[in-house]
Ligand binder design. Structure first.
Ligand code: TTP
Ligand code: MG
Length: 242
């Protein structure tokens, strides 16, 4: 049987409500289970906007976003969040325990599942080091944990839901290079047959992606593997050198 989690953007053009010009123009790509698709581009290029259309934070006016062949506009949020987890660029923790924050998307997750998610997200040791471990309190907005810890807790929260599709919006930027590398190695195993779409600032985060989409001013200007883009894409070369 075919694994679910196929994402397809078909000629998607999108403008924010009330805005005159689109932030995304004619976006087309397909991401399949087992693949990692990376999106890279300068600030304001439209990376976050692109991801936001799959979980229907906004709906595209033109073109279609499809999940397993069905336009997401025909699916409700519950149906989408069963299959898709978005780790937002500004990871959000709410006031409550670490456990509550991790169980947010799957309230019946076992403690073992929480620890496994933390292990993959490289959050196991800092949670264990806290005197109350999973029962430790997080303050509103997560201000009593570091930015990197907040990112790892939000990645763990996504892992707990065992989605078919992961959307990581710049989720590794607050991590040092070594933690970033360890996390991605662990993720690679756990998400091996899921669909992974990663927005990244650092090229080192995405060199192994099956396909990299270079986004510039709301358009995919180039696409290919890291090696292909180094040869063919001036925009990518600029990003690599910056
Ligand atoms: P983003 O999609 O936020 O661009 P980005 O994610 O590529 O940038 P960064 O690397 O800094 O995270 O924004 C694209 C354009 O859309 C930008 O002009 C701001 C605009 N925008 C809105 O008008 N409303 C919104 O809610 C967002 C997220 C963006
Ligand atoms: Mg962004």
């Amino acid at each position: 049987s075919e694994l679910s989690g196929v994402v397809e953007y078909r000629n998607v053009t999108f403008a924010y409500p009330g805005a005159e010009s689109p932030v995304l123009s004619n976006i087309s790509f397909t991401a399949r289970p087992g693949q990692t698709i990376a999106i890279i581009g300068s600030t304001g290029a439209g990376k976050t906007s692109l991801l936001s259309l799959l979980p229907r934070l906004y709906d595209a006016a033109e073109g279609e976003v499809l999940l397993d062949g069905v336009p997401v506009n025909n699916l409700d949020h519950a149906e989408i969040t069963k299959r898709v987890a978005l780790v937002p660029q500004r990871p959000y923790l709410f006031s409550g325990t670490i456990e509550h924050n991790l169980r947010f998307g799957k309230t019946d997750a076992t403690d073992q599942e929480l620890w496994e998610a933390l292990r993959v997200a490289q959050g196991e040791s800092f949670v264990r080091e806290k005197s109350k471990a999973l029962e430790s309190r997080i303050s509103q907005g997560g201000t009593n944990v570091s930015g990197g810890q907040r990112q790892r807790l939000c990645i763990a929260r996504a892992l707990v839901t065992k989605p078919r599709v992961y959307l990581f919006d710049d989720s590794f930027s607050a991590l040092d290079v070594a933690t970033d590398a360890r996390l991605r190695a662990a993720l690679k195993d756990t998400t091996a047959d899921a669909t992974v779409i990663i927005v990244a600032q650092r090229v080192s985060t995405i060199t192994e992606a099956d396909q990299i989409l270079v986004l510039d001013n709301g358009r995919i200007v180039d696409r290919g593997t890291h090696e292909e883009l180094l040869e063919t894409s001036p925009t990518y070369q600029e990003i690599v050198e910056s």
